[in-house]
Design a protein around this ligand. Structure first.
Ligand code: AHG
Ligand code: MN
Ligand code: MN
Length: 340
């Protein structure tokens, strides 16, 4: 075992606290709450097949308790972990229509952070033992500390994120996150229940040979995306690229981050804004991508520059190795230019 793998996530969080000027340890406590919740979700994901939490809500277990679908369960675990430790003043989740205000208990200091999350990403894969994940994004509130949190605290441009990351519940469980100083990955040793630094300072290969897109929707794609797919499949230089699509953004992103590749969920004829959510999925992944030297775009402009208008806003998403995203943007632009 290399020396590096003896560094735990807990130690890393505390060491990195010094990177923040005037740090009060609040962000460290928040990241620790996420770490704990991720271990609890990991436990549930691993026993999903035997604990009757697959499929639909509405069933009752042997003790007569209501069963929860895994995405509802993951949502509750993260909300409880974050709210009971009083490390955030508000939470917005893909699973909740409205944001949740967290009131500090008497005498407790109200946190200055809000968290936005997709508690279980790729949930359609859970019933078939394919990797799923959790995505989180952290901002400093913009309204007055101590007052009730407001919608504008959540509707910030992605470039203002303080931290973002994901947990992948895969063949091993990992947490990969950034606080704006690069990206680091930690692998859970399930026998000890401890995350160890396994992937320090992860960098997106500038170029890869993987493209990830749901080609079943091909006929509904914009011309620029069709042209890019054709480019990927051409027999030229280092092409054709290989096609890999899991259907869990976290897992597709994670593979492309380590191996080099591009993930695309474009607009389609039926969904002009695509499928993925700007605040819970695209912004955190875009922050991670840029911190790892990659790129994230809506096909024309940088994801992190978009001003959100509503919590559950969707956006087309092109993300991955920098030169591949640039090439896809070229195709998008050329398709429009040739139409004019
Ligand atoms: P979620 O499970 O949080 O709803 O997200 C699913 C998302 C994303 O993870 C994945 O890449 C994409 O939906 C797959 O969509 P298609 O089945 O349309 O390809
Ligand atoms: Mn998702
Ligand atoms: Mn989800």
């Amino acid at each position: 075992m290399s020396e590096q793998s003896f560094r735990t996530l807990g130690e890393f969080i505390i060491d990195k606290q010094e990177d923040f000027k005037y740090s009060t340890g609040e962000l460290s406590r928040l990241l620790s709450a996420i770490r704990l919740a991720s271990k609890m979700v990991n436990r549930e994901v691993n026993k999903a097949g035997i604990s009757n939490i697959l499929g639909q809500v509405g069933s009752t277990n042997i003790q007569g308790e209501d069963q929860q679908k895994l995405d509802v369960l993951a949502n509750n675990i993260f909300i409880n972990s974050l709210s009971q430790r009083e490390v955030v003043c508000g939470i917005a989740s893909e699973e909740n229509d409205e944001f949740i205000e967290i009131k500090a208990s008497e005498n407790a200091h109200m946190s200055k952070y809000v968290v936005l999350m997709d508690p279980l990403d790729g949930s359609s894969n859970i019933d078939v033992n394919v990797s799923v994940g959790t995505i989180f994004s952290i901002y400093r509130r913009v309204t007055k500390p101590g007052s009730p949190v407001q919608l504008e605290d959540f509707l910030q441009k992605g470039q203002h994120q303080i931290a973002a990351g994901y947990i992948i519940y895969g063949s091993s469980t990992m947490i990969v996150y950034t606080t704006g100083n690069g990206v680091n990955g930690f692998t859970l040793d399930p026998s000890l229940g401890t995350f160890y630094l396994s992937h320090p300072d992860i960098k997106f290969p500038t170029k890869g040979n993987i493209y990830s897109i749901n080609e079943g929707n091909y006929s509904k794609f914009p011309q620029g995306v069709k042209d890019y797919i054709k480019y990927c499949q051409e027999e030229k230089e280092d092409r054709p690229y290989t096609s890999r699509y899991i259907g869990s953004l976290v897992a597709d992103f994670h593979r492309n981050l380590l191996k080099g590749g591009i993930y695309i969920y474009p607009s389609t004829a039926n969904s002009p804004n695509g499928k993925l959510r700007l605040l819970y999925e695209c912004n955190p992944m875009a922050f991670l991508a840029e911190q790892a030297g990659g790129k994230a775009s809506d096909g024309f402009k940088r994801i992190l520059d978009i001003s959100p208008k509503e919590l559950h806003q969707r956006v087309p998403f092109f993300c991955g190795s920098a030169s591949m995203v640039t090439q896809a943007e070229e195709c998008m632009k050329n398709a429009i230019d040739t139409k004019l």
